[in-house]
Structures are given as C-alpha cells and as structure tokens.
Design a protein around this ligand. Structure first.
Ligand code: ZN
Length: 304
C-alpha cells in the first residue's frame, strides 16, 4: 500500500468508440482538460483508424495536439496498423498501443488480419519508432485483447497468450498489456495470467490491465491484479459506452469507483475524486441521455 497506481482514462477512445452520436470536438477537449486538471496522469484520447470506419474518432490528431499542450499529461492512442502509427508519431503521441486479439477469429472479424500479419505490422511499427528522433519516440505497447476469452472462440488457451506475449516483445514492443475486451475475467484468472505473462516477458514488461465491467467483476479483478504487480489500470469516466452484450452494464470499469477504491486502500493516484465527479457534467451536457454508470457518483463520498 502507499504506492502509486497509474490510472489511464480511456473514455474518449474506448467509451466513445461504441457511441454513434458524435461528441463535438470542443466537448472532448474540455473533457480531457478537466480530467487532467483533476490529476489524471494518462488519457487515451483516440484511435488512428480511418474516419469512415469510426467517424466518432476522426478528430484524434486534433485531440493529441490539444492534450500535448497540457503540462505533464501522458497522451496515449490506439493504432491498428503502420499507417496509424505514422499518424500517431507525427502528432506527437507519448504512448501507442496496438491491439492484438488473442482470438484469431476475432482478429480476422475485426481487422481482417491473422496473428502473423499483425506481428509483421508490430515489427514495422517498432522499426518506424526506432527511426524517429529520440525525443519523438512513443512508448510502444502490445495490447493483447480478448486475453480472458472471446465471444466467438470462447476460452483462449493460456499457452496461446504466452506465445503472443513473447512474440510481441520479440517484434519490438516495449511492453505488453492484457485486455479483458469481453468482460469474461475472474480474479483467479487475472492472477494466473498476470503471473504467467510476467514470467515470460519479465516483471517490468507487463504493467497494464484493461478491464470491462460486463459481469460486475471489474474492481475485484483490479484488486487481484494489484496484488500481483500490475501498476496501470485503464478505466473510463462514468463507464461510458456501456456493453452491447449486457444491457445495464457499464463499459470499462468506472474511473470514479476505481479512484475511490484505490484512495480508500491507501494507494496514491494523484486524482482529486471530488473534482473528478464534476467532470461527468461535461460528458452529460455533450451527450444528453447517454447512460453514465458508477456507484460513487450515485452514493456520494462518505464523510471523513
Ligand atoms: Zn476495451
């Protein structure tokens, strides 16, 4: 306890990605600024995908530029391929994550690429980063998605995850992350996979966990992960975006609830929870009627 846990806000990317109604650029900028002002250390501001595939994220380059102007904020984006990485580096992103779906069926359905093709892209991106001037090189994370199971393939064998984690590092990633894209993870599964992957890639090369709260186990899974050396947790304000497979369930774990749990346990997040709760208004005003989740926002902060 007492150590720093880095919360990475992914609402502007993962949350908005599943919302059709476009959030105006000005509101996104205000959201990012407000969260940074609360002390959120890292924000994933968007994804460099073609605008015709995800019109909601078409303004990612503008958001990177905006977020870069905020002192001390780490600016992260998702990139699906080399082209996306080129755009991300040009924009001056601090961290890029390429998602590699552990389920090859999911990978083919989603990005029409096999594991082999994705790993070839990872290698190209790693070379691109190496060729950039030192101060323009982003941290490069290989995010293993559907790591805890896939809606198409079901359970993914642990050996497959370990093989991919090793392959991502071998192809030039700085670190790997684990994503519970489908919300299947349970605490025992988190512990066993985190331990096994750290064994393969090294203690320092698996820091981050990306969780969804589809089945209500998000924070329990965080607790399990913290006990086993995970130090970066993705979350989204108000758990926005929801879950298409589970009506009433939030999307990502809710940032406000996560901060509350970590604060209460004596971890440091650097985030002012009272101020963070007010940031919800920016999202609600820009997307009226869009469900916002979270227990702390409803229950309020306890007296102390
Ligand atoms: Zn996600």
């Amino acid at each position: 306890m007492g150590s720093f846990i880095e919360i990475s806000e992914v609402g502007p990317r993962d949350g908005l990605q599943s919302i059709k109604r476009i959030m105006p650029l000005a509101a996104k900028k205000a959201w990012i600024t407000a969260e940074a002002d609360c002390g959120v250390p890292e924000i994933e501001v968007g994804s460099f995908v073609p605008a015709k595939i995800l019109p909601q994220l078409a303004d990612t380059a503008k958001l990177v530029a905006h977020a870069r102007s905020i002192d001390g904020l780490k600016v992260a984006v998702l990139v699906p391929n080399l082209r996306g990485a080129q755009d991300a580096i040009k924009a001056g992103t601090h961290k890029i994550t390429i998602p590699l779906s552990a389920s090859e069926t999911h990978s083919l359905a989603n990005v029409k690429r096999t594991h082999k093709q994705m790993l070839a892209a990872v290698r190209e991106i790693a070379n691109l980063i190496k060729s950039a001037p030192k101060n323009k090189r982003p941290l490069f994370e290989g995010g293993i998605s559907t790591a805890f199971g896939c809606t198409l393939e079901g359970a993914i064998p642990k050996a497959k995850i370990l093989e991919l984690a090793h392959a991502l590092m071998d192809a030039g990633c700085d670190e790997v992350g684990l994503s519970d894209t489908t919300g299947y993870a349970t605490p025992d599964h988190v512990i066993s996979l985190v331990k096994a992957v750290k064994n393969v890639v090294g203690e320092q090369n698996l820091k981050g966990l990306h969780l969804h709260n589809t089945r209500g186990l998000g924070l329990t899974n965080v607790f399990a992960a913290l006990e086993h050396g995970i130090t970066t947790i993705d979350a989204s304000l108000g758990g926005i975006g929801g879950c298409p497979f589970a009506p009433g369930a939030s999307g990502n774990i809710v940032t406000e609830d996560l901060v509350f749990m970590l604060d209460s346990m004596g971890f440091k997040t650097g985030i002012d929870l009272g101020a963070l709760l007010k940031v919800r208004d920016i999202v609600t005003d820009a997307l009226p009627g869009e469900p916002m989740y979270g227990f702390i926002p409803d229950a309020g902060l306890p007296k102390s």
